[in-house]
Design a binder for this molecule. Sequence first.
Ligand SMILES: Nc1ncnc2c1ncn2[C@@H]1O[C@H](COP(=O)(O)OP(=O)(O)O)[C@@H](O)[C@H]1O
Ligand SMILES: [Mg+2]
Length: 400
Amino acid sequence: MAYTVLARRYRSKDFDELVGQEAIVRTLRTAIAQNRVAHAYLFTGTRGVGKTSSARLFAKELNAVGADGKVQEDVAEAILKGQDTDTIEIDAASNNSVDEARTLIANAAYRPLRGRRKVYIIDEVHMLSTAAFNALLKTMEEPPEHVVFILCTTETHKVPATIQSRCQRFDFKNIPTSTIAKHLGEIVKQEGGGLKAEPELLHMVARLGNGSMRDALSVMDRLMAAGEKSLTVKLLQDLLGLPDRELVHRLVKAVADGQAGEAIVAGDELLKRGSSPEQLLGVLADRFRDLMIVCACGADTDLVEASGEHRAETAELAARFDAAGLTHLIAVCDSAGRSVRTASSPRAVLDAAIVRMAMSEKLADVAALVGGQVRAVATRVGSPAAIGAMGGGGAVAGKK
Ligand SMILES: Nc1ncnc2c1ncn2[C@@H]1O[C@H](COP(=O)(O)OP(=O)(O)O)[C@@H](O)[C@H]1O
Ligand SMILES: [Mg+2]
C-alpha cells in the first residue's frame, strides 16, 4: 500500500486538535456562536502552521452543524476532505486553475446547495491572476449574504491592499518547539504498532521544524521511512549527518576542563564523522547558548529544549560556566564560523577557535593577574579612585 505522509493523515478533524493557535480558534468560534461571521478573512503565517486546516474547520463549524445543533458527520467529512459542494477550495499556486478561479469566484452569487454558507477557501491567494483578483474584489465589494471568503497566504505583502482592507486578518503564529514535540509524541502513540520515539528525538525534530508543524512532520516521515520501530537521536543524526551528541558533549567538557588537546581530538573525531567546520561551530554555539540560558534562567527553563537525562547533563555542565563567560564562547564560535567560510584553511580556524575556548580560563588568569598587579600598584600609589576604576579583573573568564 502506498505511504500517505503524516501531514495528510493527521490533519486536525476538530479545532480542539489544532495546536498552538488557541487565540485564533477562540475568536473564530465566538464569531460563529454570536452570529457575527465576517464576509472575508485573511489567514497569514508561515507554511505548515494550520491556515488551511483552520479554514476547513471553520467551514465545517459553519456548514456541518444541522438545525438541531449537532454535527452532520458526512458533511463534516466531505468538508475536511475538500469534497463538499458548498466549500470551494481554490489553490492559487497551481497555474491550471487560473481561469477556473476567476469563474468560480464570479459564481459566488449563486446560493449554496445545502449548507447555510458558501465558503471560498483560497490558498496562496497572493498568486491569483489579475483577472481572478478583479473578480474577487468585485464580489468582496458587495458580498452576497451567504458568502464567506477565507484567504490564506504566506506572503501578505503580495496581497493587494484593496483586498486586505476588506478582510478580518488573523496572524497564525509559529508553533513553539515544545508544542510541536508534544504533538509529535501523540502522533507516534497513535501510529501504534510498537512504534516508539525518544523524547529527545522529538525535541530535535520539533526544532528542525522551525515553528512549522508540517516541516516537523516531514522530518518524521523521513525517519519512519527507515522502517525502525524505535526512533532515536542516532537515527536522526545519521539521516541528516548531524554531529554526534556525545562527541559534542565531550568537546564542551574538555573546554570546561581547559583541556585544549582533548577538545581538539573530539573536534577531529567529529570532522571524521562527516561534520563540516562551519556546522560544528554552529552546533557548539547552540550548545553554549543552551548552557548560557541555563546559567541565566535556571535548569528548569522552557527556553532550552532538552528532556530527562540530557537536561540533567546540561545543568551539570552549565554549573561549570558562568553566563558572561559563555557569551564570550558564543562570540568565538560566531566569528570563527564566519571566517571558516572564506578561510584558506578552515581547519586551522576551527582548531584555533577550539584552543581559544579551552584556554579562555588561562586568558582569564592573565587578565586577573594583570588586574591584580595594577590594583597593587594603585594601592601603593594610594589612589582610591584608581582602585575603583580597576573594576573586576576577570572579565575574559569563560569559566568559574
Ligand atoms: N496548528 C497545528 N496543529 C496540528 N497540526 C498542524 C497544525 N498546523 C499544521 N499542522 C499539520 O500540518 C499539515 C498542514 O497544515 P496546513 O493547515 O495545511 O498548514 P498551512 O495552511 O498553514 O500551510 C496539517 O495537515 C497537519 O498535519
Ligand atoms: Mg496551506
